[in-house]
Design a protein around this ligand. Structure first.
Ligand code: ZN
Length: 432
């Protein structure tokens, strides 16, 4: 997930699969102010506070295993560690080899699934991703360290904080002997940062078997927050074919694919609808190789962010319509589109989860504002396709992910985030 601008100029950060710059997203209407009141559980808060140092120690262990999204060695070590941690908490664990890949990059490692059976109640799925955007060597350049209220390290927020919160929230439940759930299923997947092609089917299956899904991407630091939706992230690739000719002797015998591509870029500019709506931007162009040859091919790639899954189709239709008549005679334009990661929009039951989380935070004296939608996308979208309610961003408040800034999480937020996660599990598991 990525950055989001909510109402009142609030800027919320959440983690995402969205590689690259922190693009401000959207402002599509006022968020609901719904809150389900929650009574503060002093014993749970005390336990969460006492658990915080152990959670910080876990974070250090997680950060010290480098898990760049294609790092086979690191991913194997992380999978082993997490299997062990889940088994120590009484979970049955299965490993699911990652399949697939995108843009010539294979997904690596094994997705870890843990199941803990209770004595009745609902089935909950808790999920966070193991992989980070940082290639091997990032840790040496920016080792784990705690400086005042900030704990630093590559991937510490996105999403190792989510893994730590899951593991220690479960520990709090264990200490309370809370078994009021049918099943707690935990998923740690390996390839969120490259689109989850090797885990999205598994996410969909596990979500379908659950009554509610909690996703543990990080949240922002000021303020912490939630979102009613995440954008779909798709692509459009246009291939222009022309005819080459000597650029100096007889260019008129050619059909210049580069010029046709430039014309196509111009004619599709207004497909971008601006902040808060569908975003369409050409970001890559390739044409020509030799200066004195009229190029016979050109390729364009556009990044697409769509607020609802229904909005991608009409965009594709319009791009194709505009491609039918290229601006240069003798050229053709072929368009290939990929909806990529779907959009996620919280349904009524998802909004109820959000209202519940806000009430729990309210009981601690903290606010959780809700953004209408963010420009990034997360695995929440794959889970939501099951039709089951999903809540996103239950990891720690963090900053600097997907950037060159040092990534950090707020240490003093650990108790309230452990409390939030544990309380959400208890309340939703027993909800009627
Ligand atoms: Zn993430």
């Amino acid at each position: 997930m990525r950055i989001l601008i909510g109402v009142l100029g609030l800027v919320l950060l959440t983690a995402c699969t969205d590689h690259g710059a922190q693009a401000p997203a959207t402002t599509a209407g006022p968020p609901s102010s719904a809150i389900i009141a929650s009574e503060r559980d002093e014993a749970l808060l005390a336990a969460a506070t006492a658990e915080a140092p152990a959670a910080l120690a876990t974070l250090e262990r997680l950060v010290n295993i480098e898990t760049g999204t294609e790092d086979e060695v690191g991913m194997a070590a992380m999978s082993d560690l997490l299997e062990q941690e889940l088994r120590a908490r009484g979970f049955d664990v299965t490993r699911h080899p990652t399949t697939g890949g995108r843009e010539g990059r294979a997904s690596v490692g094994e997705n870890i699934v843990g199941r803990l059976h209770g004595e009745g109640g609902r089935k909950l799925l808790l999920m966070a991703h193991m992989d980070t955007v940082y290639p091997r060597g990032g840790l040496a350049a920016a080792p784990f360290r705690v400086d005042d209220n900030r704990a630093y390290g590559p991937g510490i927020a996105d999403a190792k904080s989510g893994i730590a919160v899951i593991l220690h929230a479960v520990k709090l439940l264990e200490a309370r002997k809370f078994t009021g759930f049918d099943t707690l299923t935990v998923l740690f997947n390996t390839d969120e940062e490259q689109g989850s092609s090797g885990s999205s089917a598994l996410i969909g299956q596990l979500a379908g078997e659950s009554d509610a899904i909690f996703s543990f991407e990080p949240t922002g630091v000021q303020p912490e927050g939630l979102t009613y939706g995440t954008s779909g992230i798709g692509s459009v690739i246009a291939t222009v074919t022309g005819r080459s000719a000597h650029a100096g002797v007889a260019p008129e015998l050619g059909a210049n694919a580069l010029v046709a591509a430039a014309d196509f870029v111009q004619r599709t500019q207004d497909l971008d609808q601006g902040p808060g709506r569908l975003r369409f931007n050409w970001t890559i162009a390739r044409a020509g190789a030799v200066r004195n040859i009229v190029p016979n091919s050109a390729t364009l790639e556009a990044d697409v962010r769509y607020p609802t899954n229904e909005s991608f189709g009409p965009l594709v239709a319009e791009v194709r319509r505009l491609a039918v008549q290229p601006g240069v005679e003798g050229t053709t334009i072929d368009v290939v589109t990929d909806p990529g990661r779907p959009a996620f929009t919280a349904d009524e039951a998802g909004r109820a989860l959000i209202a519940r989380a806000r009430g729990i935070y309210d009981s601690l004296g903290h606010e959780l504002p809700v953004a209408p939608i963010i420009g990034g996308g997360t695995d929440a979208a794959f889970a939501a396709r099951s039709g089951k309610p999903v809540i996103e961003a239950l990891g720690l408040p963090g900053y600097g992910y997907h950037t060159n800034d040092d990534e950090y999480v707020l240490v003093d937020a650990i108790p309230r985030r452990l409390y939030l996660a544990a309380r959400m599990i208890m309340d939703v598991a027993q909800a009627q």
